[in-house]
Design a protein. Structure first.
Length: 247
């Protein structure tokens, strides 16, 4: 799998250090792979990544384009913790179906199969179509650093945030969004007839701005929508947009 960087986190404080920073419960590393994120103190998305235990260390699997900024943030938060972070040459493989021995089920959705970090080869598939069908956002397309709020981007549904674990960076804002009235905006699956560039504005049948169309594949897409303006006449440029039955 190209476009990924894997880092190794070691040291006696590695789990406590991460537990105080990321949106997911690091204690769940004993059960396998975790998908999580680092937020700004204002609760906005900075980077999403996977964590997995590897002996007495933890591997961190992140998109290459996010790696530099994420490492700078993690080093800033390290302070005097007994933690070391180093880049590795470990490759990432993924495949469909149940996880074979030595691999880990993708925690976001069963349809995304498994990931492995032991040098094996992966499986060819239309991964973008699989991701969009599962409603899983992608950084740089659906997840925008310093802009996106994780709850509006399906993080809770995809096991990317845990409200029972205690504090994490940006937790206060995220918790307020969780416990207030139903979210008025968010990322949703949509049916798309036609094509439109990523970021194309969506208008409803009344000509009101509804949001923007992002990932698209196989007649489906992910759109950031103002939910109270959704109707049956939505258009993104020349592409017709209809809310997916399951959202």
């Amino acid at each position: 799998m190209s476009g990924r960087k894997v880092f190794r986190i070691s040291g006696a404080d590695r789990e406590d250090y991460l537990q105080n920073l990321v949106t997911s419960d690091v204690a769940r590393l004993k059960d396998g792979l975790i998908w999580t994120a680092l937020l700004t103190p204002q609760g906005k998305y900075l980077a999403d990544f996977f964590l997995v235990a590897d002996g007495d260390t933890i591997l961190l699997d992140v998109a290459e384009g996010l790696a530099k900024g994420l490492m700078q943030r993690l080093q800033m938060y390290r302070l005097r913790a007994a933690v070391m972070i180093e880049e590795t040459d470990i490759s990432v493989a993924r495949g469909l179906g149940g996880a074979p021995v030595g691999a880990f089920s993708d925690p976001r959705d069963p349809g995304l199969g498994w990931r492995a970090y032991d040098g094996r080869g992966g499986e060819a598939a239309d991964w973008d179509a699989i991701r969009v069908a599962a409603g899983v956002p992608e950084s740089g397309i659906d997840l925008l650093p310093n802009e996106t709020y994780p709850l509006e981007a399906r993080f809770e549904r995809l096991n990317g945030v845990d409200f029972k674990k205690g504090c994490f960076v940006g937790q206060e804002v995220t918790a307020r969004m969780k416990h207030k009235a139903k979210l008025r905006k968010g990322l949703r699956r949509v049916h798309v007839t036609g094509e439109a560039p990523v970021g194309t504005k969506i208008l409803n049948g009344k000509g009101q701005a509804v949001g923007a169309l992002h990932s698209q594949s196989g007649g489906l897409g992910l759109a950031y929508l103002r939910l109270d303006r959704v109707d049956d006449g939505m258009m993104a440029g020349d592409a017709a947009v209809r809310l997916h039955e399951d959202g």
